[in-house]
Design a protein around this ligand. Sequence first.
Ligand code: ZN
Length: 497
Amino acid sequence: MPNTSEQFYEKCRAIHDLQEVQQLLEWDMQVMMPRKGVDQRGNHQAALATAIHEKVTEPGLGGLIEELAARQDLGIGLAADVREAKRARDRAVKVPARLVAERAQVCALAQVAWEEGKKNNDFAAFRPHLEAVLNIVREMARAIGGDQNPYDALLDEYEPGMTEGALTATFSDLRDRLVPLLDKIKGARRRPSQDLVKRPYSLAAQEAFSRRVMADMGFDTEAGRMDVSAHPFTNGTFRDVRITTRYQETFLNMALFGTMHEAGHALYEQGLDPERYRDPAGQYCSLGIHESQSRFWENMIGRSRPFWRRYFPQLKAAFPGVLDGVAEEEFYGAVNVVEPSLIRVEADEVTYNLHIILRFELESALLAGKLEAADLPAAWNEKMRSFLGIVPPDDREGVLQDVHWSVGLIGYFPTYALGNLYSAQFARAMRRDMPDLDERVAAGKLGDVKAWLNANIHVHGRRYLPQDLCAKVTGEPLSADSALEYLNAKFGEIYGF
Ligand code: ZN
């Protein structure tokens, strides 16, 4: 008879394996599946979701978790696994099946209504669906968190241990210091132009170049692959990680930085502890930490001067005639242009966080009932004006641009900005360990960067809560300081103030 912890691991790993299959089906649906297969795939996914839910909620696992949780002699690894298994199970057990089904239905309808509403620039048609989503999400939060702040109950799924209060404090600080930085950039005399990245870049050469950078980063192509999809994403784990990208002939940034972003996510998954990747605490720490890895590679490396010292000559050679006579410095400016814009996914490093803070402030007000859905477009536009100094001409380019709220993702947006904050903190810590980081990147030693991330972040999986991992790696709690210091120094130099 296997002992308690062996039984516990056997059950947890069986759940994990099914979740991997779930991801594979999802990847297939977005990349490979013929269009007419959608109904069949819906059946597969429902069957799998039911099987997983049964395994997570069955009393046997609950008993094992309780028995282990009561013991004082668990090592740090087992204790973390029990904590994480309990978190996942508690959430699953507390939400009645009726609510799960209702939520799926409400969100499916809301997503269709959002697509239509966006196409027709008709927020009023989407509004009743948004209200229904908010109601069901509030009910879920109550079921999970009881008297707990509803936003915290939702947030805990994406960023364990994080609270609305902590986010409010950090994000307000970030916002209050980003807006003046943006004003300085707007008023700067020196103005790099994006024209250089908007020339015709052949698609085949873009793919080859992106793949070369991805290989230099250390992406293991025998443990992962890259394909094309409408919206880039990363899926899968450990030795089967799938990333996607997309290409645009007249905009180099989309494929190149998109690939670096997703490859950053992929390196995290490929870097998990081989002995533990199927265990509850062996998986990625949180969405914020995941995003820190993608943003690290995309921005801290991909948009850095040392990176382009290395790659600009290669880029010129890969696209003959496109960049003749262009200086490295000019090109570095072109990939770092800051310009307030309407669309989050196209935002630069400085304004991106403001797009997220705007969404955080609005969704927390909506959830708390302090803002009515009917007043959302006006509130959105007012915040755009005050944060970025621009107002969307219509809701399509404003409140209707993102899918998240329609599918019930409340508490998810903050993880994007957290990823930026963590990435800046990790960069500072990396520089402390490797004072010659710039020289190494300029010499093409991206493997050194990967090795540091592997050892300091990836291998720990979910052993520590995100904030504890941050403190352990950087010696400091989560804060906006590193990000602001980084942004002020970088853009002060580019824009000359
Ligand atoms: Zn990402």
